[in-house]
Design a binder for this molecule. Structure first.
Ligand SMILES: Cc1cc2nc3c(=O)[nH]c(=O)nc-3n(C[C@H](O)[C@H](O)[C@H](O)COP(=O)(O)OP(=O)(O)OC[C@H]3O[C@@H](n4cnc5c(N)ncnc54)[C@H](O)[C@@H]3O)c2cc1C
Length: 429
């Protein structure tokens, strides 16, 4: 097996029969892929790469449900839903992924009420290693093993999703010190349904976006918001890190810290926005090709994201701060913070209890990488399957009580291990 980055064959079947025939006939590795934008190598294969671009239908069903092809992009789906006055209850910040890829990895937003997109899945349909079509319905035996599975069980062709009537959001941009922010993150007021924030540890401030459903739409406020990791924040993060390094060579004074905070307040005054939920929650635009080109051009540092329990969130962030101070090092971008509701998937990061998603951008030579793998295990932080995995791979299974059950279930669907790529193998599957 190679490092799995170069498929030996590509296929883009347009109907279920030919997809089944191809998988059945294949003796080596097979992998269903979406837009191939994941930051972990979960989609990589050196075998047959199956693109599901041909499975893009969207059909409206009863009870605000829709049947959607796995190859449809979130953007296409949200547009069609919008035309029917429907919405997904929660979405990530970008809508260029495929529905299949987003669901297979547990793509999430920052909702207190819902978990990842998986929480909207009513039925999932896949073709297994024998070429058999299998339907898994919420509430049926084994449904909990099916999502997320990052392509290790078969190739998804379609899903039935539970939607709801479309809604508007009132989004508030505010700046807080980390302690005040953490209180709000962990004990939100009743009306706050969504939250996503970035923490700039060197400047000691958090840029917080929280959203609630207004009783009636607000007028006179912006209907378009900036992205969370925006250019101003990036420059400020970089500058304050330089200052912090200089300060650490001289002496750290409270006066200098408060100057940083004052600038932050000026650059990010309190601001309110109101608009359709998708514009408020998914401001990051661009199709997969554009995003991949931008990623390559900007040499974006690898991003990992991990879910920690509410109880572990503050101690985990305190430990990160201790490491930053003692190593005199910071992550290579601001730290992302979002809440997520509990989920029950065997390989869900937020299984059994609500979580805080912590995302970190780190180049491999960042000194924090020396300690992070230990911290992740110490605080039982589970990875997002579509983002870089900063854990030691052989320790990951220990974070999932149902790992062995998942593995056994996987083997029943894929006895010949066609869907075990290099990434899955490195995790012990
Ligand atoms: C700019 C950007 C912003 C992002 N923002 C967020 C965010 O806000 N929240 C968040 O949680 N994540 C976010 N992500 C991560 C992203 O949502 C996931 O990595 C997602 O899986 C990418 O979808 P994709 O279509 O590119 O899937 P791919 O990368 O192609 O595949 C992902 C995995 O799913 C499997 N897979 C894909 N399609 C199928 C199928 N039909 N059948 C079986 N297996 C399949 C693949 O084998 C692979 O293991 C972001 C990524 C980018 C690039």
């Amino acid at each position: 097996m190679t490092d799995g980055t170069h498929p030996s064959e590509l296929s883009a079947p347009t109907d279920r029969m030919s997809l089944s025939a191809q998988i059945k006939a294949r003796t080596g590795e097979v992998r269903g892929v979406g837009s191939r934008t994941s930051k972990s190598p979960c989609y990589e294969t050196d075998g047959l790469e199956i693109r599901v671009d041909g499975f893009t239908g969207i059909e409206r069903l009863e009870n605000h449900q829709v049947r959607v092809g796995a190859g449809c992009t979130l953007n296409e789906l949200l547009n069609v839903l919008g035309r029917h006055g429907l919405a997904l209850p929660t979405i990530g910040e970008w809508d260029g992924q495929t529905v299949g890829g987003a669901i297979a990895t547990g793509t999430h937003g920052g909702s207190y009420k819902y978990g990842s997109l998986i929480s909207s899945v009513v039925d999932a349909v896949l073709v297994d290693g024998n070429g058999r079509r299998r339907t898994f319905k919420r509430g049926w035996k084994n449904f909990q093993h099916v999502l997320p599975c990052f392509g290790t069980l078969g190739v998804f062709t379609e899903f039935v999703l539970q939607c709801e009537p479309s809604f508007e959001l009132h989004l508030k941009r505010r700046v807080f010190g980390i302690d005040t922010f953490l209180e709000r993150l962990l004990q939100p007021d009743q009306s706050t349904e969504f939250r996503s924030a970035i923490w700039m540890p060197a400047a000691d401030f958090v840029l917080d976006y929280s959203a609630s459903r207004p009783d009636s739409p607000l007028h006179g406020v912006r209907r378009k918001r900036e992205v969370r990791f925006n250019d101003t924040a990036m420059v400020l993060d970089w500058l304050t890190k330089q200052t912090a390094w200089v300060k650490s060579q001289v002496s750290r004074t409270d006066e200098l810290d408060s100057v940083g905070r004052a600038y932050t307040q000026r650059l990010f005054p309190a601001r309110d926005y109101c608009g359709p939920y998708d514009a408020m929650l998914a401001p990051l635009k661009g199709d997969a090709a554009t995003i991949l080109a931008k990623r390559a051009k900007n040499k974006t540092p690898p991003e990992g994201e991990f879910a920690v329990s509410y109880a572990a969130a503050k101690p985990f962030l305190d430990a990160l701060m201790t490491d930053m101070k003692s190593l005199n090092a910071f992550p290579d971008r601001p730290i992302g913070l979002r809440p997520g509701a509990a989920e029950f998937g065997t390989l869900s990061a937020a299984q059994g209890e609500p979580c805080i998603w912590v995302s970190m951008f780190l180049y491999p030579n960042n000194p924090l990488m020396e300690r992070l793998p230990n911290r992740l295990i110490e605080f039982s932080a589970r990875p997002h399957w579509g983002k870089c995995v900063f854990h030691r791979r052989d320790e990951i299974a220990s974070l999932y009580p149902g790992w062995t059950d998942f593995s056994a279930f996987r083997n029943t669907l894929d006895r010949d291990r066609k869907f075990v790529n290099h990434f899955a193998l490195s995790l012990g599957l």
